[in-house]
Design a protein around this ligand. Structure first.
Ligand SMILES: [Zn+2]
Ligand SMILES: [Zn+2]
Length: 279
């Protein structure tokens, strides 16, 4: 199969999944739509505010109750193991767009990352020596909750699906589970690793702060639909900042969550950005 044929199949797969998502959303009840949006928001907030900004980059620390709630939400709504998530993501930062980047559109092609991002993630997470190198600290601070429950992503997904079926009935519960998985895996996380690293639109020319970051973008729409992760250029330039946006007009749900948690006493040592970057 030629590269062009593979790309066409991946594009068609993306189109079919987007169509299935819209059809599913129109089919399910109003209550199921509300639950679907809520589950997706929990997945986005736990991914960006806990797994990314806190566990990976140490930009914020959470109190015990908030930390436990975030781990539970991440486990049930994403089925991912934090040790592997942090390992793969720090690996990405260690050689962004370089030959060792585990999920680079520059190396693999934009549609490969946009549609098959999860395969690149799984392949990277299986390299135990890399996980040990990049996320040893995460393993070292695991508690009983992590070792018994939260390290078993498949169990979290199972619990999540059962809860949805109890809330919505088996048919709508399974449809909402499939819709959430499709949106999160194939459109939200993959857009951050794919489109936000796709050297195509040219906006990077106004932001040549870092050599490698010339292929990293900020994108308002992706920022809106990924809990703020679309401010990806800002993030690569200032990885220690808990805020990924720089202006009030820039949607950053993960940052709003951190501000509320800080106000309520559930978050401390919140790192503010030091650079005001071009929009
Ligand atoms: Zn990062
Ligand atoms: Zn990146």
């Amino acid at each position: 199969m030629t590269k062009a044929q593979t790309e066409n199949i991946l594009k068609l797969t993306g189109f079919l999944m987007a169509t299935a998502l819209v059809t599913g959303f129109l089919y399910i009840s109003g209550w199921a739509r509300l639950v679907f949006i809520l589950v997706n928001l929990i997945a986005l907030i736990t991914t960006t505010s806990y797994a990314h900004r806190s566990a990976t980059h140490g930009a914020v620390e959470y109190g015990p109750k908030t930390y436990w709630g975030l781990r539970l939400g991440f486990w049930i709504t994403t089925g991912q193991y934090i040790y592997e998530w942090v390992g793969v993501h720090r690996w990405h930062h260690s050689d962004t767009e370089g030959k060792k980047d585990p999920h680079s559109p520059a190396n693999e092609g934009i549609w490969q990352i946009q549609i098959l991002n999860f395969l690149y993630y799984v392949r990277a997470a299986r390299q135990s020596e890399k996980m040990e190198k990049f996320a040893r600290d995460i393993k070292e601070k695991e508690d009983t909750w992590d070792r018994v429950l939260f390290c078993r992503g498949w169990l979290g997904l199972l619990v999540g699906i059962v809860v949805l079926c109890l809330l919505l009935g088996p048919v709508q519960g399974l449809i909402v589970s499939a819709m959430h998985a499709t949106l999160y895996v194939f459109f939200q996380t993959s857009s951050v690793n794919g489109l936000c690293h796709f050297a195509h639109w040219g906006a990077y020319q106004s932001n040549p702060v870092l050599e490698y970051a010339r292929t990293v973008w900020n994108d308002w729409i992706i920022g809106l639909f990924t809990g703020g992760e679309g401010w990806h250029y800002n993030h690569h330039v200032e990885q220690k900042s808990a805020r990924l946006s720089r202006r009030r007009s820039e949607p950053d749900l993960g940052w709003y969550f951190i501000l509320v948690a800080e106000y309520l006493g559930g978050a401390t040592n919140v790192e503010r950005p030091k650079l005001l970057l071009a929009a």
